[in-house]
Design a protein around this ligand. Structure first.
Ligand SMILES: CC(C)(COP(=O)(O)OP(=O)(O)OC[C@H]1O[C@@H](n2cnc3c(N)ncnc32)[C@H](O)[C@@H]1OP(=O)(O)O)[C@@H](O)C(=O)NCCC(=O)NCCS
Length: 153
């Protein structure tokens, strides 16, 4: 059964070995970059705290996700900053599992009203996955990526 586990002193080095296909490399930053970024947070219309996790099947790492929280932000208080499934494990439901895991977490937190996400305009798999979960495009392009939002309360 799949599960999500925090990045720790024990697993970060195996998680940075996970890779997407060569033709997907412009869709997502490396896990090494994300884990480094998570130490300092992100600045975008305020300060966001970053929370990095591995996606596992039993004890096998299969993917990575990272979300961002800023309860002061006027439009969205959670942001799905990163989602990737290793090239050898794609198409088996792990990406959807990771998304649902994050959304369940956000739904339990009253401080989160709207969740944001963004993706490269030509990332059809990501667009369909997020649209299917209820994300609606805002029409805004942020750093070259299509922005979409999901209202959860
Ligand atoms: C996007 C990504 C995270 C999806 O994870 P995944 O585990 O491969 O996807 P899932 O198996 O959970 O499938 C989710 C949906 O995408 C579809 N899908 C997955 N891979 C696909 C492919 N290569 N072609 C077409 N559809 C695909 C599935 O059919 C499924 O839709 P359905 O449930 O309606 O049938 C993964 O493909 C990935 O890491 N891609 C490269 C990095 C990336 O683009 N990250 C997102 C950045 S915004």
């Amino acid at each position: 059964m799949a599960e999500v586990r925090p990045v720790t002193i024990e697993n970060w080095q195996t998680l940075i070995n996970l890779k997407v296909r060569d033709d997907q490399k412009n869709f997502v930053a490396s896990n090494l970059y994300s884990i480094a970024q998570s130490k300092f947070g992100d600045e975008y219309e305020g300060l966001w705290d970053l929370f990095p996790f591995g996606i596992y099947e039993e004890d096998t790492p299969v993917g990575f996700l990272m979300y961002a929280l800023n309860f002061q932000h006027p439009t969205h208080q959670a942001y799905i900053q990163r989602l990737m499934v290793d090239e050898n494990f794609q198409g088996k439901g792990y990406g959807r599992f990771g998304m649902n895991w994050m959304l369940d977490l956000f739904r339990e937190d009253e401080r989160i009203k709207v969740v944001g996400i963004s993706y490269e305009p030509d990332n059809e798999v990501a667009r369909k996955l997020y649209a299917g979960l209820g994300f609606e495009e805002t029409g805004k392009i942020v750093d070259g990526e299509t922005e979409a939002m999901l209202k959860i309360r």
